[in-house]
Design a protein around this ligand. Sequence first.
Ligand SMILES: [Zn+2]
Length: 137
Amino acid sequence: MRSVDEYGREFSAAATWEQIRCKQPVVVWSKFIWFAQGVPRYAFIAWLAVKDRLSTGSKMRFWGRVQCCMLCGEPGETRDHLFFAFPYSYTLWLQVIDTLLRPPPSPDWSEIVARIMAGSVGSLQSILLRLAFQVSI
Ligand SMILES: [Zn+2]
């Protein structure tokens, strides 16, 4: 790899990216969201969900808009409500994961994420579980 001041005939996007990016420590959930078998558009939405950056009703309140949960009318539409404290989404979630996560998790977001992250990263079950999680979101 060339230094910052050294120029050559070939351009490398990867080398350029390594030179201009700000390196941060790897977060514990990175393999939970970004993995080789993942689908980028699902991973992106799941990344927003993990960082609690989805524009839910509770976030929109800060923007001056009041929006309840469109599905049940719950005034505090939060990420945790949508995934998976809301009984309908929880029921769907349990059907999607079926036997992939036993015993079935509680509807608590933190517990679900912790249990999925506890699996070995390379196993087929873990890959399927992470995909199911991202697709559900
Ligand atoms: Zn709801």
